[in-house]
Design a protein around this ligand. Structure first.
Ligand code: AKG
Ligand code: FE2
Length: 362
């Protein structure tokens, strides 16, 4: 994950104060358990208040006038409700854009298929490319480093310019040799450590740019066609969105994504199409500097956000994921994932959020 985490700078800007406020928010039924509470910017930290968080789902069900500052975006050929902020052009919110079935499909793909080589993940730098992590986790397998193997072999850059060769493979627990335990990691642990995977053109996090020389596959057709359709409200008239890359973010209970601007794509008139799956979160949309007070909104499973034009210059981030059972709002997903085959996915998604954001790079 990216975004600054300098504790000394933590409260210097309006964006950072909002991040801190929401990160430390505790649901009312857990408030009493917090030992230390302090005050920050007039908000009780460790308690907190979500009354300023915009809830677009509530606007969907309420008929009547929209709150001040919020409008609707009507676009020919796009028949779903789309909301926008009148003072933040280029930002669009499509609540409930995906059905529960579609959400389950993309959650499965995000866990099973998207982390597969040649797509890179945050684990690639440590272990080289690992195939079938999801299957290995379901079967409770263990990743071990091996002396000489033709399986899972991948060259990888150690950071000092030297190329190292890493050999890892999944084995059954019973196959682990004596003394090998310390160099082994459970596949389930690795699954929990998965933070991102990249699809299509591969993003190089160390250079914060796309590395077209890295091997890659095209964005899957179904994801490309979903992104093209959903991008319509943000697209210049007569143009079609070209999905060339995607970043998949995996958030565990205490993960956050610090405020940042995505500026590595050539044409900012094209949107980033951002899909939310799993647990609810708070998303902050700020200004062109961190000094502007950000607007907070809930993102739920199935919501889609578009950021194009001026909105691409705005700081944004995710300070808080809701994983407590009363706040995560994934009951439809829970019923849909009740089959025996899905229990691993259900267990994962009950405490996680996945975000797939699709980009046109050129
Ligand atoms: O998780 C999200 O909703 C936002 C992700 C994001 O901003 C990014 O990956 O650049
Ligand atoms: Fe972003």
């Amino acid at each position: 994950m990216y975004g600054a985490s300098d504790p000394a700078a933590a409260e210097r800007t309006a964006f950072r104060r909002a991040e801190k406020q929401y990160k430390l928010y505790k649901p009312p039924n857990l408030k009493g358990r917090s030992r230390s509470r302090s005050k920050s910017a007039g908000v009780e930290v460790g308690g907190g208040d979500l009354s300023a968080v915009v809830d677009f789902h509530a606007l969907l069900v309420a008929d009547g006038e929209l709150p001040a500052g919020i409008g609707r975006r009507d676009r020919a050929g796009f028949d779903r409700p789309v909301f926008c902020f009148l003072d933040r052009p280029g930002f669009y919110f499509i609540p409930g854009a995906l059905s529960t079935e579609e959400q389950c499909y993309w959650i499965r793909e995000s866990l099973k298929t998207f982390p597969q080589p040649p797509n890179r993940t945050n684990l690639t730098a440590i272990y080289g490319s690992i195939s079938d992590l999801f299957v290995a986790a379901k079967k409770q397998k263990i990743l071990v480093e091996v002396e000489n193997s033709d399986v899972q072999e991948k060259e990888h850059n150690s950071g000092d310019g030297k190329m190292e060769s890493k050999n890892f493979k999944f084995v059954e627990y019973s196959e682990i040799q004596k003394g090998e335990e310390c160099r082994s990691t459970r596949a389930t642990t690795l699954m929990r450590k998965l933070r991102w995977s990249t699809l299509g053109l591969q993003f190089d996090w160390s250079k914060r740019n796309y590395d077209v020389s890295l091997p890659h596959k095209k964005i899957p057709d179904a994801l490309a066609s979903l992104a093209k359709n959903m991008a319509i409200p943000a697209m210049p008239f007569g143009e079609e969105f070209k999905p060339e890359a995607a970043i998949v973010n995996y958030y565990g209970p205490s993960d956050m994504l610090g405020g940042h601007v995505d500026d590595m794509e050539a044409d900012w008139t094209k949107p980033i199409v951002s899909i939310s799956l799993g647990c609810k979160c708070i998303f902050l949309l700020g200004g062109k500097t961190r000094d502007e007070v950000p607007t907070a909104m809930f993102l739920r499973s199935g919501d889609i956000v578009l950021m194009a034009g001026e909105a691409r210059e705005r700081f944004h981030g995710v300070p808080r994921i809701f994983t407590e059972s009363d706040q995560q709002e994934i009951s439809a997903l829970v019923s849909q994932l009740s089959g025996e085959d899905d229990c691993f996915i259900l267990d994962y998604i009950k405490n996680s959020r996945i975000n797939i954001n699709i980009r046109q790079v050129y």
